[in-house]
Design a protein around this ligand. Structure first.
Ligand SMILES: *[C@@H]1O[C@H](CO)[C@@H](O)[C@H](O)[C@H]1NC(C)=O
Ligand SMILES: *[C@@H]1O[C@H](CO)[C@@H](O)[C@H](O)[C@H]1NC(C)=O
Ligand SMILES: *[C@@H]1O[C@H](CO)[C@@H](O)[C@H](O)[C@H]1NC(C)=O
Ligand SMILES: *[C@@H]1O[C@H](CO)[C@@H](O)[C@H](O)[C@H]1NC(C)=O
Ligand SMILES: *[C@@H]1O[C@H](CO)[C@@H](O)[C@H](O)[C@H]1NC(C)=O
Ligand SMILES: *[C@@H]1O[C@H](CO)[C@@H](O)[C@H](O)[C@H]1NC(C)=O
Ligand SMILES: [Cu+2]
Length: 513
């Protein structure tokens, strides 16, 4: 399926979700059934820059809807393939199938995950790798290294606690799907990898956690960072790398230390992540595959916080400047209780949409409609190719990873403290990416151009917070949207969902995304 030709070849990935994929992470990677011909990356998309990617998804679950989102993929003029139930499609009913088609206009490392309820953190996630140029040379590609958190109970079982009492303390964390747990000697194993002394390795890091900000390091090894999300950067060196939920970093590691065993560490930052096993989310890097010893190395010093890497280090290799805004929108984020349940608010409204009446269907039925309900939280961007600024502020002492679909945004400002009209904005080649931290009691100012028609979600990537309504949607160039839709297949997904929903009595219990 891959490497057929550099441009415009068709790649396809077929996924069949089965009941097993409702089991959390460790088991999921082996139990998902794929009919990919490529044995080396079964279930993990491996494509080339310029490929047209076709993904066939079949929902084999007995009692959950589904939908797959290709995180960070531009979906340039292919918004109906963004995979967000309630926004770009109806939820896919049990037994039904859907096909997503999009072009890989970016390259680097990303991931896909379900955007249906909390299903991503029940295990419906995996890596996407798009081959293309890199800003550093390396001898070997290790592929993805996922950093996840883990709970002994499923996230669905924990949701009502999260809603009423706030985010629960999580049990553990995993490095690429695996780890040990204190007192449990029969199950679980550490992630281990063996390297050749003197060679360099590219590692594609993804923070796929539901509610954990990680700092990542390999003891005694300095990393060279070459990409943030799907944007190559001018390489910089660091010993410790900070990853918010939904973010990716590509690093190159030179295996130039004394041959031996070294800890790989993913350390939950207690500033914003509670974890019972925070000191022991570790894997092992070995120079000698016959070694079975635990490393005795020590962690680098780090500051416990949930901040992004410094903006001054994140310099896009391909330089692009932002321009003054034609339109801007201020979003003040807050949280409150509605009855006994936590709800997140952006600009004083909590988000609520429905699986059976997605935004695109509403637009198809009335392309000029502006009768959005408050809870749909639509920001309408009708003018093509104009610069839009979003000023997102919070007085809460919790940081949030803000993710935008359909665009890379420019980060113009990001800091703790109050935003004001005199805050300095960086317009000259600022960091560009799809996920960035809104600092606690601070502000995040992002900008992009309206060059991609569609209904795009902007949301906090903390799983609990998305479900509690910390989201809004941008309806960009609405009049052009109906032409992008394949109405027959859209309608068929909705018809099957409606039949299932009526028969099973399933109802949206959360924000709908
Ligand atoms: C999805 O399935 C899980 C596990 O059976 C269940 O706890 C959850 O309520 C289901 N969610 C929806 C929205 O159907
Ligand atoms: C996105 O698609 C439009 C319309 O086909 C095209 O003009 C534009 O160049 C594309 N942009 C990218 C980044 O591929
Ligand atoms: C992580 O797991 C995936 C899927 O099994 C594999 O392709 C990848 O190489 C693993 N990463 C590392 C660093 O071993
Ligand atoms: C790792 O670095 C520390 C601090 O520089 C040093 O003391 C230690 O000997 C190094 N360990 C190995 C195995 O090279
Ligand atoms: C090992 O490689 C790193 C990153 O390229 C470099 O900064 C460091 O100086 C090298 N160390 C040694 C001992 O050669
Ligand atoms: C869409 O599906 C419904 C069934 O839910 C059907 O009644 C309707 O005719 C379909 N519309 C079109 C235009 O195909
Ligand atoms: Cu997302």
């Amino acid at each position: 399926m891959h490497h057929s030709s550099l441009f415009s070849s068709a790649s396809s990935l077929a996924l069949l979700l089965s009941e097993a994929s409702a089991i959390p992470y460790a088991e999921r990677l082996t139990q998902r059934s794929c009919d990919n011909s490529a044995a080396d990356r079964s279930c993990w998309g491996d494509y080339n820059w310029g490929d047209t990617v076709v993904v066939h998804l079949t929902n084999g679950l007995a009692n959950n809807g589904t939908g797959l989102h290709f995180h960070g993929m531009r979906q340039n003029y292919t918004n109906p393939n963004d995979g967000v139930p309630s926004i770009t499609q109806c939820a896919v009913a049990p037994g039904d199938s859907i096909t997503y088609t999009w072009r890989a206009t970016q390259y680097g490392s990303s991931w896909y995950h379900s955007h249906f309820a909390l299903q991503a953190w029940e295990g419906v996630l995996g890596g996407i790798l798009i081959n293309g140029p890199a800003t550093g040379n390396y001898d070997n590609d290790m592929g993805h290294m996922f950093l996840n958190d883990w709970t002994h109970e499923t996230v669905d079982a924990l949701y009502s606690t999260a809603e009423t009492s706030g985010p629960p303390t999580l049990s553990n964390g995993l490095i690429n799907g695996t780890n040990t747990y204190p007192g449990d000697t029969t199950q679980g194993a550490r992630f281990e990898t063996t390297v050749t002394e003197g060679e360099s390795y590219r590692i594609r890091l993804v923070n796929g956690a539901i509610d954990t900000h990680f700092k990542y390091m390999i003891d005694n090894h300095t990393m060279t960072v070459i990409a943030m999300d799907l944007v190559p950067i001018t390489p910089y060196a660091t010993d410790v790398l900070s990853l918010g939920m939904g973010q990716r970093y590509d690093v190159i590691v030179n295996m130039n230390q004394t041959a031996g065993d070294y800890w790989i560490r993913a350390i939950p930052q207690t500033y914003c992540s509670d974890n019972d096993n925070a000191d022991d989310i570790k894997g092992i890097l070995r120079y000698d595959s016959t070694s079975a010893s635990d490393p005795t190395t020590s962690a680098y010093d780090y500051t416990d916080d949930c901040d992004d890497e410094a903006m001054t280090d994140l310099v896009p290799y391909y330089s692009m400047d932002a321009e003054d805004a034609t339109t801007s929108d201020d979003e003040a984020v807050s949280v409150g209780k509605s009855g006994s349940i936590f709800k997140w608010y952006m600009a004083a409204t909590t988000f609520a949409v429905t699986w059976e009446d997605p935004t695109l269907l509403q637009i198809y039925e009335d392309p000029t409609s502006t009768s959005w309900t408050d809870s749909q939280h639509v920001v309408q961007l009708d003018t093509a190719d104009e610069w839009v600024y979003f000023v997102i502020t919070t007085t809460q002492t919790i940081p949030h990873p803000i993710h935008l679909h359909g665009h890379d945004f420019y980060i113009l400002a990001q800091a703790e403290g109050a935003y004001s009209d005199t805050t300095t904005l960086t317009l000259t080649n600022p960091p560009r990416r799809d996920t960035a931290m809104l600092p606690a009691s601070g502000y995040l100012v992002i900008a992009f151009t309206t060059d991609n028609p569609g209904a795009w979600l902007m949301h906090c990537h903390i799983g609990w917070h998305t479900s509690e309504g910390f989201a809004l949607q941008l309806v960009e160039r609405q009049s052009e949207i109906p032409d992008l839709m394949d109405y027959d297949s859209f309608n068929s997904t909705c018809a099957n969902w409606n039949t299932y929903a009526e028969e099973s009595g399933v109802e949206v219990e959360d924000s709908g995304v």
